[in-house]
Design a binder for this molecule. Structure first.
Ligand SMILES: NC(=O)c1ccc[n+]([C@@H]2O[C@H](COP(=O)([O-])OP(=O)(O)OC[C@H]3O[C@@H](n4cnc5c(N)ncnc54)[C@H](O)[C@@H]3O)[C@@H](O)[C@H]2O)c1
Length: 368
């Protein structure tokens, strides 16, 4: 089984390894070296498998536009701009985030292995996608990590008390590794809902949840058109002043400390590029005087899981468990790709010179 129409007829299911082969081939055809093409495919397909379609293969058309605009640079590598021992500053050079963030984490993991801790300031990376991917790279190496990210120059979210879009959807992520078990991975945008979810609702004519949006006059709205049609309103931060404060600290830690840039009227992005800066703190848990840290974490997790549950809830989940469940399901049954997105991906593959026959052969599904 590689593809079938779902009951709604709006999606196809594509086998993850075939989707990976297509994405890899597409970027090689566009000019990426094989390792770059593979890292991009690893990241995008894993985002889809994890259930975060907004950060998966649907990004490909935008990446190609950014390449054509001269914003995304192929075959760039992370460059250490300053090595201060436990602090590394890394220049991304607008290269594929999937490459430069991978290399920045490799450098940070190696240094945290030597010193117990390393802070990595990565600047000027093209879109680094699902931040959990980087936390999982650290966790696979046995490292705890925290990641503060800004979406530099792309304001969509209002400040608490303000009514203009002034901040990006700035994600925060943290991971705790566990021997022989999946890590805990907390990974979210600091907006109440992701911008991609407003687009889906807009296209379907649906409303968004309350307290997610305001219109351009600052009035609350459940209508996604208020952020998709002029005059534009804003997304709201999650959790009122708390989410707002976290978004602001992400902006400054990531954009300012890395030597990159924050969002203000001198830095607004007006093209297809998505530029991320990320400040990651990578810590070796073995550097603490805590021989039973995992045991303590496990005891706490068991205590959480034993909680009485609200009506309709089967299980209290840990950060990262919804993504694991989705990965298991999609690895077994295929990754759903909506037909509009499949058409856009097919058009992008054609634009870099792939034939419909080649697209179909790689994906196991006819080109859209
Ligand atoms: N690169 C960028 O510029 C950028 C910007 C914004 C967001 N993102 C990415 O977008 C993705 C989606 O963000 P989002 O805000 O929509 O995520 P979300 O609202 O789906 O929250 C995801 C987090 O909440 C946890 N979670 C979800 N349901 C849970 C439950 N019932 N019990 C316990 N934990 C639960 C998940 O395990 C995960 O850690 C993230 O991967 C983020 O990194 C990237």
């Amino acid at each position: 089984m590689n593809a079938k129409d779902t009951s709604t007829g709006t999606e196809i299911l594509i086998d993850a390894s075939r989707l990976h082969a297509l994405v890899s081939a597409l970027w090689e055809q566009a000019g990426s070296e094989p390792t770059e093409a593979r890292l991009v495919a690893d990241h995008l397909v894993q985002a889809n498998l994890s259930g975060h379609d907004s950060h998966g293969v649907g990004m490909i058309p935008r990446y190609l536009r950014s390449l054509q605009d001269g914003e995304l640079k192929l075959n760039m590598h992370a460059r250490i701009a300053r090595d201060a021992g436990a602090v590394l500053t890394v220049e991304g050079g607008r290269g594929f985030g999937q490459v430069v963030a991978h290399e920045a984490m490799q450098a940070g993991i190696a240094r945290a292995g030597q010193l117990g801790i390393c802070a990595v300031g990565l600047r000027n990376a093209h879109h680094i996608g699902r931040i959990g991917h980087w936390a999982e790279q650290c966790a696979q190496a046995g490292m705890v990590s925290f990641h503060f990210v800004n979406v530099a120059g792309d304001p969509l979210v209002a400040a608490f008390g303000g009514i203009d879009a002034r901040i990006g959807t700035n994600p925060f992520c943290a991971a705790f590794p566990r021997a022989g078990k999946p890590p805990l991975v907390l990974d979210f945008a600091t907006s109440r809902i992701a911008f991609g979810k407003t687009r889906v609702a807009y296209n379907k004519g649906h409303q968004v949840p309350p307290d997610s949006l305001i219109d351009h006059t600052g009035q609350p709205s459940n209508e996604p058109r208020v952020v998709h049609e002029d005059p534009r309103g804003s997304l709201l931060p999650f959790g009122g002043h708390k989410g707002y404060g976290m978004a602001a600290m992400c902006e400054i830690f990531a954009g300012a400390l890395s030597g990159g840039f924050t969002t203000h009227d001198g830095t607004l992005m007006t093209n297809s590029a998505i530029i991320n800066c990320m400040m990651s703190v990578i810590v070796s848990p073995t550097a603490f005087d805590a021989p039973d840290a995992e045991g303590e974490a496990d005891a706490f997790i068991a205590w959480l899981k034993a909680s009485r549950r609200a009506q309709g809830v089967d299980e209290v989940l840990l950060p990262g468990e919804p993504e694991l469940a989705r990965r298991a399901e999609r690895s077994a049954h295929g990754t759903p790709v909506d037909k509009a997105t499949w058409k856009q991906i097919s058009d992008t593959a054609r634009a870099v010179g792939m034939t419909d026959a080649r697209i179909g052969e790689l994906a196991g599904v006819a080109a859209g």
